[in-house]
Write a protein that binds this ligand. Structure first.
Ligand code: ZN
Length: 258
């Protein structure tokens, strides 16, 4: 009796939710996240804007996640990864940081549009499919508390939360903190970027101890030279984390149409 009543109630609330979505779609038809053209489903791009994205797909460097122009065999590592081995274990990004990706990231960052995080996370979930083991936790690149206060939310945390829902992994936004409010990296050279973020991050010692043996996956919106994710990795590894991977929505790829 009790269970039957629950099933009916559940059925009702599902129908009501569906009805609610239909009414909302009538009132506010879903539009493209980039250009506001009508689209069939919410949190999506229209076909034209979607074609503007350049997904990063295999063949790619198993360490840096950078695309190869031709397949060099399953174990081939990029020259960059050999010349400058990163301190993180693996990096994966969904798309090349071109004009379309820059527009989306800009809206995600400054436009108070967290629904963009759901769209970006869907692409990151595909790009990082090799990384989603049950032992892993997601850690967003933190903003300094002053900047987070003025911007109201951290785009990397929104991205990590949406990714957590898709992958079933837990999100630990407090595992890494930004100790210094670093200046914007835009316009800085590779060396200046490294200096700017050196020592800016610290891992929470108690939380890190509790997560001992778990793989950490750092989540960022864009990887440019990798100096920020490397500084976060350094904080995690010097705190005792053994395995740190990195994912981002977009990635600067030299020689691409960015
Ligand atoms: Zn569009």
């Amino acid at each position: 009796m009790e269970t039957g009543a629950l099933v009916v109630k559940d059925g009702w609330s599902r129908s009501l939710r569906r009805l609610g979505t239909m009414l909302l779609d009538q009132l506010y038809p879903p539009v493209c996240l980039a250009c506001d053209a009508p689209v069939a489903t919410a949190d999506a791009l229209c076909t034209t804007c979607f074609r503007g994205l350049r997904p990063i797909t295999a063949p790619l460097c198993p360490i840096l996640g950078l695309p190869f122009e031709v397949s060099l065999g399953p174990d081939a590592v990029s020259a960059e990864a050999i010349a400058h081995p990163p301190n993180f274990d693996r990096a994966r990004s969904a798309v090349v940081y071109n004009a379309m990706a820059r527009g989306l990231v800009g809206k995600l960052k400054y436009g108070d549009r967290p629904e963009l995080a759901r769209f970006c996370a869907r692409l990151v979930a595909l790009a990082g499919h090799e990384l989603w083991g049950r032992d892993a936790v997601l850690v967003p690149v933190p903003l300094h508390r002053v900047r987070q206060f003025s911007r109201r939310y951290n785009q990397s945390t929104e991205l990590a939360r949406a990714l957590g829902k898709l992958t079933g992994l837990s999100v630990e936004p407090g595992l890494v903190v930004r100790k210094r409010n670093t200046r914007h990296q835009v316009g800085l050279s590779g060396d200046a970027r490294r200096r700017n973020v050196a020592g800016a991050f610290a891992a929470h010692p108690d939380l890190l101890l509790r997560l001992r043996g778990r793989r950490v996956i750092v989540v960022d919106d864009v990887i440019t030279t990798g100096s920020t994710v490397s500084a976060v990795t350094k904080a995690l590894k010097s705190g005792g984390a053994e395995h740190v991977d990195v994912v981002s929505f977009a990635r600067v790829v030299t020689g691409s149409d960015a």
